[in-house]
Write a protein that binds this ligand. Structure first.
Ligand code: FEO
Length: 400
């Protein structure tokens, strides 16, 4: 294992977590990568580390170009342990190294480690530090996605290292975008945004505005591939996602007990197709909530179905609604459907959460007693058609 050069005297020294399948509840079917970077200037600088169980992989890569005891500075862009988990191990070898972090980062590191013997220093927003021939500049990007989040910029190399921003949970044989399947990488970038960054759209917009003025041609996030050729593409996508822009697409999310709600979900699918709206149907028995959130990210219409069980929604939809509420997608058009035996309560709960998110619910909840009959299926299709027509009419009104 070796350090991989990404610019003159700047190396990738991260680690690949091939077997990771769960990142605190986010399904990572393609594993993940923790990206750390090593600058060999007059000062030796390590920018971020890796999860503790992959420390030796990072150390091996560092040792391939320099003795880790020679590290003068460690930049901690983010306290979370997937990036700071090997800090103590590095400081064990280089105890005098200065640890640079944001103001919130300093507090976070003090909460996670015994930092009493550390040479720990908080850097201000925009502060620059010389490393000899080059320099580092630090930009605070709070809540993208923790209060301490920071980006490190190397002007001489035109390199931006923004930690979690623009990342993807993926482990590939390559580390660069132009050597990777771009559609897969973009899909994982969307999943990462939908599951990690989604609640912080306004903070992302502020961060983008601050970083956009910098002259860079490479973005090295802390997860996944490095954007060397497509950095503008991912910046544009982040702008779109931060604005909560959507496309004329639908996602139907449901679970079912005896098949009634599933029949309605199929009817909703047919109705969207009839209206020419691309639709994805996700049964929560078969799809993970983190994958469903990726579908939600760019969809205008999010349609949710559940029967009533014990006076409420099915627990699978309950888990999804909790997740959705926390991730706060905005500017969606919702519609709720389901079935019940004697107490039609579940849909009220679902609608209450969607109203709390500020979603539009132009059509009333559609609830069927026991089994949907042919007429019910037609009524549901008519409701979905009305939902789509309403949007089309609104668009025409905007253009007039
Ligand atoms: Fe990749 Fe917020 O840690």
């Amino acid at each position: 294992m070796k350090a991989i050069p990404i610019k003159p005297d700047l190396y990738w020294v991260g680690a690949k977590d091939w077997n990771l399948r769960d990142f605190h509840g986010y399904k990572t079917q393609r594993g993940s990568t923790y990206n750390a970077f090593l600058l060999l200037d007059e000062k030796v600088v390590l920018i971020d580390t890796v999860k503790s169980y992959l420390c030796e992989e990072m150390m091996t890569r560092i040792r391939s170009v320099v003795d880790p005891a020679k590290i003068d500075m460690i930049v901690s862009n983010h306290v979370e342990m997937d990036h700071s988990g090997s800090l103590e191990a590095v400081l064990h070898l280089a105890p005098a190294a200065e640890v640079l972090t944001s103001v919130h980062g300093e507090k976070g590191l003090q909460a996670h480690f015994n930092t009493s013997g550390w040479n720990l220093r908080a850097v201000g927003n925009g502060e620059e530090r010389s490393t000899g021939r080059k320099s580092l500049a630090f930009f605070h990007i709070p809540l993208v996605h923790w209060p301490d989040s920071m980006a490190t910029y190397i002007p001489a190399d035109k390199v931006l290292l923004p930690n979690d921003a623009f990342g993807q949970h993926i482990a590939l044989g390559s580390i660069f975008d132009h050597e990777s399947p771009l559609d897969v990488v973009m899909q994982e970038a969307a999943k990462y945004y939908a599951n990690i960054v989604y609640p912080y759209g306004s903070q992302v917009e502020k961060a983008l505005a601050a970083l956009q003025g910098l002259d860079f041609n490479l973005i090295g996030p802390s997860h996944g591939i490095i954007w060397r050729r497509h950095h503008q593409l991912i910046m544009e996508k982040y702008k779109q996602w931060a604005r909560h822009d959507h496309e004329e697409k639908a996602v139907v999310v449901y679970d079912t007990m005896w098949g009634s709600t599933e029949t309605l979900a199929q009817a909703a699918q047919a109705a969207f197709e009839d209206q020419g709206v691309p639709v994805i149907v996700r049964s929560l028995k078969h799809s993970h909530i983190s994958d469903v959130m990726t579908d939600v990210l760019e969809a205008r219409y999010v349609v949710l179905g559940t029967p009533t069980l014990n006076n409420g929604m099915l627990p699978t939809l309950g888990a999804f609604m909790t997740y959705l509420k926390g991730l706060k997608p905005q500017r969606k058009t919702g519609f709720v459907f389901g079935s019940y035996g004697w107490n039609p309560q579940a849909l009220k709960e679902v609608e209450e959460i969607l109203r709390g998110l500020g979603w539009e619910l132009p059509e009333p909840a559609f609830n069927v007693k026991y089994r949907p009959q042919a007429g019910d299926v037609q009524k549901l299709k008519a409701a979905v058609a009305a939902l789509c027509r309403r949007q089309t009419n609104e668009k025409k009104g905007e253009q007039a």
